[in-house]
Write a protein that binds this ligand. Structure first.
Ligand code: 13P
Ligand code: SF4
Length: 330
């Protein structure tokens, strides 16, 4: 039974017996319930380490689409859980803390976006995966930072396109493809705050360092980056590079896997403007903890639910993305 204070809080706050070994209990529950634990690279190191699969947004959606588990536990944010639920309506999709939202998804209100789309009936609508299911429902094709460029380029050069909600990713795609997509004016609060000045100073300190940046960063950061890509692309580049030092301009959770795969290399998190905060950590992503994961598996709550009408419309542009990505070998 779901208790009233859990509903109010958005997660199970049942106290956990201190004597239990959380890792082995999580392991026992996932086997017993045929559950799969998926984690994004922005989760804490211990959540990444216990997950069955760790990946970027595209890989998490691809994994959710093909799993035969009965329960998917999405250690990520709400839109990632929604995407999994839309793809697998018959499965239970759990997110350890329902408050794990996304400032970028929040910057695109579904009604306002639908109005904007309605004002441009001759435009194809391309939406970043960091959106609610209701925004996806008025979208023609969903993209992630791994496939956005190729999917935009799969349309004729003169195709009229609306791209939302991230203005930084949209501007970057416009610059590299020469398109003039109409952009929604949204952004991520984590990626907007990296300091250009401090990255330049770090470059002086480590002249051989490669700057790796996520395309959600401001244009000025993207401009001085040596590599621009999704979390998975930045990780791949760090692994194959023969450089020793890397300045990483994305949420600092990715450093865990980078350091794990390349123990001999030095990964420096790009500093935020405000050096007194840990604002290169996504406060939403970090709401998930080992304790909440354990309680989620134990009580099979909180589950992500998507309105059936919305889900029916939202699944089409997600499938379209997965089909194009499969053709492109992504
Ligand atoms: P990736 O798809 O690159 O992992 O990005 C997800 C995200 O939320 C970036 O802020
Ligand atoms: Fe959303 Fe930004 Fe957090 Fe990614 S890092 S989940 S875009 S708020």
């Amino acid at each position: 039974m779901v208790e009233k204070n859990w509903l109010e809080k958005g997660f199970v706050d049942e106290p956990i017996d201190k004597s239990i070994d959380l890792k082995s209990e999580i392991d026992r529950l996932r086997k017993e319930k045929n559950a799969v634990i998926l984690a994004h690279y922005y989760q804490s190191g211990e959540l990444q380490d216990i997950a069955d699969f760790v990946g970027d947004s595209l890989a998490l959606a691809q994994w959710a689409a093909r799993t035969d588990a009965d329960i998917i536990v999405m250690c990520g944010v709400h839109f990632m859980g929604e995407t999994a639920k839309v793809l697998c309506p018959d499965k239970k999709v759990l997110v350890p803390d329902l408050n794990a939202g996304c400032s970028l998804a929040d910057s695109c209100n579904a009604e306002e976006f639908a109005k904007f789309v309605g004002e441009h009936p001759d435009h194809t609508v391309i939406s970043y995966v960091n959106t609610t299911a209701a925004v996806k429902a008025v979208t023609d094709v969903v993209v992630t930072s791994t496939n956005a460029r190729q999917i935009v380029e799969s349309f004729p050069a003169d195709e009229k396109i609306i791209f939302g909600p991230d203005r930084n990713l949209g501007s970057y795609i416009n610059a590299v493809t020469g398109r003039q997509m109409l952009l929604w004016n949204g952004a991520c609060h984590v990626h907007e705050q990296f300091s250009v000045q401090k990255i330049v100073e770090l470059k002086q300190q480590y002249p051989d360092a490669l700057v790796l940046a996520h395309p959600e960063c401001k244009g000025a950061v993207v401009k001085l980056a040596d590599v621009v890509g999704s979390t998975a692309a930045l990780l791949k580049h760090a692994v194959k590079s023969d450089r020793k030092n890397f300045i990483v301009a994305t949420e600092s959770g990715i450093l865990h896997e980078m350091q794990k795969q390349c123990p001999e290399k030095n990964f420096i998190p790009a500093p935020p403007e405000d050096s007194t905060c840990a604002c290169n950590e996504c406060n939403f992503m970090r709401l998930n903890t080992m304790e909440k994961l354990y309680n989620t598996l134990k009580h099979e709550w909180p589950a992500v639910e998507v309105d059936a009408d919305v889900a029916e419309k939202a699944v089409r542009p997600i499938h379209r993305m997965l089909e194009i990505s499969a053709k492109l070998g992504l």
